[in-house]
Write a protein that binds this ligand. Structure first.
Ligand code: HEM
Length: 398
């Protein structure tokens, strides 16, 4: 996703008492601060960040839909972008279009029903085995490896060694998404991306016979996509494809454990599809999407100038009472539910069908096999604001 890293353009160290997403309070629970902002300053110029923060649903949706006036490619307003960041996520139409088609074609070549059945079988086996031990960590023992395996099998490649280096590179990359608030994080994020690119290059050099990589290599010449941008885009796809769903699964299970009525409704047979959408609205992992304004425009009565950065706080938009009645409640049958958890417009989530399939498989397995699931210790949040999730979620079954 076009992350907040590019917000480091201001180059300042940032402290804003009114809104500091890296403060321990906001890392633990950003929603009260989002509410304050939406109620008092829904289009807020964050002085130290040098960017506009949007918290209303309608403003966030309008910005994400308008790639003419709100660019994911910051070079359109003269902000330089390191080569390694140029990917599907940071290019705009028309350059973005062939890449998007290539990615969509690769996903359409997969048998999603078979994939969904496989995911469910694996979630059931893994979670039943963990439940046999009584206590486990939902993130460390399950979600992280479940989503990484799902992603590598989708790509058709062997899983990378899940060693300390791999975990550190992921942590560096995640942290760099907040570098607007933590400028020191940017350089390590670039280095991590370069290391992941080496892995992607090895996959493309020796493509498997099946899966997403096989499709991409077979069709890459068709849209005139350059190899460098393809490598960056596969890296972005790979990273988004396992980190984001793992964050989502941890947030969703924690939310269900804190809302026993919602968990009970699922155990009693409430349909899983709308429940997944509601959990993405309620505690989606992606909190912020950044765009650069390409021409002077007005948002909520404020003039936003060409070259200024606008941050759509989709985590806040998804709790906007103007759009979602009773926004701080989980209604597993909420309908309509036009949440922005998968984004909107030309950059909306390419892998949403996979994210939904993974979530549905895991939640179904939880409801079927772990009906007595409860917390067994304090959860530990990841220290990230843009990509929100848990590092540890200790749970137990009776
Ligand atoms: C619950 C799971 C997921 C959530 C909540 C999620 C959320 C998002 C969001 C909000 C965006 C928009 C970024 C922007 O506008 O700048 C996005 C883009 C993207 N997502 Fe996901 N995602 C999920 C799962 C996945 C999976 C499983 C994959 C890959 C299989 C994936 C691949 C991508 C890619 C490649 C983009 C960039 C699309 C583009 O810029 O054209 N995501 N995602």
């Amino acid at each position: 996703m076009a992350d907040a890293s590019v917000l480091a353009a201001s180059g300042q160290s940032l402290e804003d008492d009114f809104f500091n997403p890296l403060s321990p309070e906001m890392i633990a629970d950003p929603y009260p601060a989002y509410r304050r902002l939406r109620e008092h300053a829904p289009v807020y110029w964050h002085q130290q960040l040098g960017a506009w923060l949007l918290t209303r649903f309608t403003d966030c949706q309008a910005v994400l839909r308008d790639s003419e006036r709100f660019a994911a490619d910051f070079r359109r307003v003269g902000i330089p972008t390191p080569e390694t960041l140029l990917s599907l996520q940071t290019l705009d139409p028309p350059t973005h279009t062939p890449l998007r088609h290539l990615g969509l074609g690769a996903l359409r070549s997969l048998d999603i029903d078979a994939l969904t059945a496989e995911l469910l079988a694996r979630a059931e086996t893994d979670l039943s085995a963990l439940a046999g031990g009584g206590e486990f960590d939902f993130v460390r023992d399950f979600a992280d490896s479940f989503t990484l395996t799902a992603m590598t099998s989708l790509l058709g490649v062997p899983g990378p060694a899940e060693d300390d280096t791999f975990h550190r590179l992921n942590a560096d990359l995640d942290r760099s998404m907040d570098s607007g608030f933590d400028p020191d994080a940017e350089a390590a994020g670039i280095r991590a991306r370069e290391r992941f690119n080496a892995l992607v290059e090895s996959w493309l050099a020796h493509p498997p016979k099946q899966g997403v990589i096989a499709h991409l290599v077979e069709h890459e010449a068709e849209g005139g996509v350059s190899r460098d941008v393809l490598v960056n885009s596969v890296r972005a796809f790979f990273h988004a494809g396992f980190e984001v769903p793992s964050r989502f699964l941890s947030n969703a299970v924690a939310a269900l454990l804190d809302h026993p009525d919602a968990f009970a409704a699922l155990r009693e047979g409430a349909p899983m599809g709308p429940a997944i959408e509601e959990l993405i609205r309620f505690s989606g992992p992606v909190q912020a999407l950044s765009r650069a304004c390409t021409e002077d425009t007005s948002i909520g009565g404020k003039t936003v100038r060409r070259g200024e950065i606008v941050v759509a706080l989709i985590g806040a938009a998804n709790r906007d009472p103007g759009q979602f009645p009773d926004p701080d409640a989980i209604r597993v049958d909420r309908d309509p539910n036009p949440h922005l958890g998968f984004g909107r417009g030309s950059h909306s989530c390419l892998g949403s069908v996979i994210g939904r399939a993974e979530a549905s498989a895991v939640m179904t397995a939880v409801v079927r096999h772990l009906p007595s699931l409860r917390r067994s210790g304090p959860a530990v949040p990841r220290p990230n604001a843009t990509l929100r999730g848990l590092r540890s979620l200790p749970v137990a079954v009776n």
